[in-house]
Every structure is written in structure tokens, then in C-alpha cells.
Ligand binder design. Structure first.
Ligand code: ZN
Length: 162
């Protein structure tokens, strides 16, 4: 496994749309290595989620860790089928270090995706997991959380270096 460099802020790739992964390729070494590296990178930087585009790969792969009993979610070609509810929540992004803002996200989504074994999964997700799925799926379309931030709520937090 290896840490990958996270693309930040004005890097143009963050505005590009990602492409579907061929289902037959999911269990291949290249995609599995990318997934492992994405998990390692997300964990290293204490992220809740990471999309492949953030490490410079325009493929529809996201990883999410909301510290629940299911461990890390790996979602390939995710599609949000339904969403409901609205909630204002705090959000940040590994591509925007030390920036946080308030966004409106659904309280519940139904998402369909392939897991890393190539199995098609349908999952109902709530609260932080629903929020993270929306944030990461936006990345796959070139949409960034700063596009959704409620005006006037974006804050720059000084990192503590201890
Ligand atoms: Zn992000």
C-alpha cells in the first residue's frame, strides 16, 4: 500500500467528471491497489471519505469511513437512487485543508454500487453516512463542497501543529 498525493483546491482535475469502472476490472490488481491506497490515504489524513479523482484518477470509486460497525465502505460506480429529508450540517474536504462550512444534505439516501468484490449492493444510509455519500458522489461529477456551502459559513481553521 502507498499514500497517494491529494489534489487540492484549484487543481483542474477536481472539476472533471469521473468514468464508470468496468465491472470485470473491479477485482483486478490495478483497481484493488488503488482502493487500498485510497483507504490508506483517507485514514492517514483522518478523512471521512475520499474519491478517486482526489488522488488524480477519474474513475467512479469512493471510500468512506464513518467509524460504524461496517468499517470502510468501498463504493464503485455509486448511484443515489433516492434521497429524503434535509439537514444543515458542517462539512469539510481533504482537498480543502482546514476549511469548513455549513451545507444542506439529505438525512437519508438509498445508494446502489458495486463493492470491491464486484457484488451489486443496495444500501439505505442515514445521517453522516448519507452526507458522506452525497459529498463523494458530487466529486465524481466535478462538484465540490464549496459550491454547496451556505454563503457566509465558510471558515478557515488554523491548523494546530502539535
Ligand atoms: Zn471532498
Amino acid at each position: 500500500m502507498a499514500l497517494r498525493q491529494i489534489r487540492e483546491e484549484s487543481d483542474e482535475i477536481l472539476r472533471k467528471k469521473s468514468r464508470d469502472v468496468e465491472v470485470d476490472d473491479i477485482t483486478g490488481e490495478k483497481i484493488q491497489t488503488l482502493i487500498n491506497d485510497m483507504i490508506e490515504t483517507m485514514t492517514h489524513y483522518n478523512g471521512v471519505g475520499l474519491a478517486a479523482v482526489q488522488v488524480g484518477i477519474l474513475k467512479k470509486i469512493i471510500v468512506i469511513d464513518v467509524q460504524d460497525e461496517n468499517g470502510v465502505y468501498v463504493m464503485i460506480n455509486p448511484k443515489i437512487l433516492k434521497s429524503k429529508g434535509n439537514k444543515e450540517c458542517e462539512e469539510g474536504c481533504l482537498s480543502f485543508p482546514n476549511q469548513f462550512g455549513r451545507v444542506i444534505r439529505p438525512t437519508e439516501v438509498v445508494v446502489e454500487y458495486y463493492d470491491r468484490n464486484g457484488e451489486l449492493i443496495k444500501l439505505k444510509a442515514k445521517d453522516l453516512l448519507a452526507q458522506a455519500i452525497c459529498h463523494e458522489c458530487d466529486h465524481l461529477e466535478g462538484i465540490l463542497f464549496i459550491d454547496n456551502v451556505i454563503p457566509g459559513t465558510l471558515e478557515y481553521v488554523t491548523p494546530d501543529n502539535d
